[in-house]
Design a binder for this molecule. Structure first.
Ligand code: RB5
Length: 155
């Protein structure tokens, strides 16, 4: 599977190790930067990555900043992007099974490399549950994203 990754400077140390791990697991990884420890702006890298998911080139992405918060907010401003800030294996599993997230966000100043590996592994191998209540909620998220949400449509 192809996967795309991006980060700000907070992940300079951890990202190369995470990429090596993902490649050792058989993933083909594209890194949209940043590539140095120089201070930079996380919305730039969220935007680079999200555009390549929106285009259909990639199905799933990984974004990292210091906390994971800023880069997830930036990602979720993009149509068709459902980015989840995950801190452990449980949230990684739920963001796929229940929410159908297409981007996982993590905080390099919050989460260890070992946990990041586990989060990515679960995120990249789990599929959304085909259960009516979860499908309905994912449809509601898509309607919100489209600006067409009306709670009456989901009664
Ligand atoms: C950069 O110092 C830091 O603000 C950023 O990595 C991120 O944590 C923002 O949410």
């Amino acid at each position: 599977m192809k996967v795309i990754i991006g980060s700000d400077h907070a992940a300079t140390d951890v990202k190369p190790a995470l990429i090596s791990y993902l490649e050792s697991e058989g993933y083909e990884v594209t890194d949209v930067g940043t590539y140095t420890a120089d201070s930079c702006d996380y919305p730039v890298y969220a935007d680079r990555l999200c555009k390549r998911i929106q285009s259909g080139e990639f199905e799933r992405g990984i974004l990292i900043c210091g906390t994971g918060i800023g880069i997830s907010i930036a990602a979720n401003k993009h149509k068709g992007i459902f980015a989840a800030l995950c801190t452990d294996e449980f949230t990684a599993e739920m963001c796929r099974l229940h929410n159908g997230a297409n981007i996982v966000c993590m905080g390099a100043r919050v989460t260890t490399l070992d946990t990041m590996k586990k989060i990515c592994n679960i995120f990249l191998t789990s599929e959304p549950l085909a259960e009516p209540r979860h499908e309905r909620r994912r449809d509601e998220l898509k309607a919100l994203d489209n600006g067409t949400f009306d709670e009456a449509d989901f009664k």
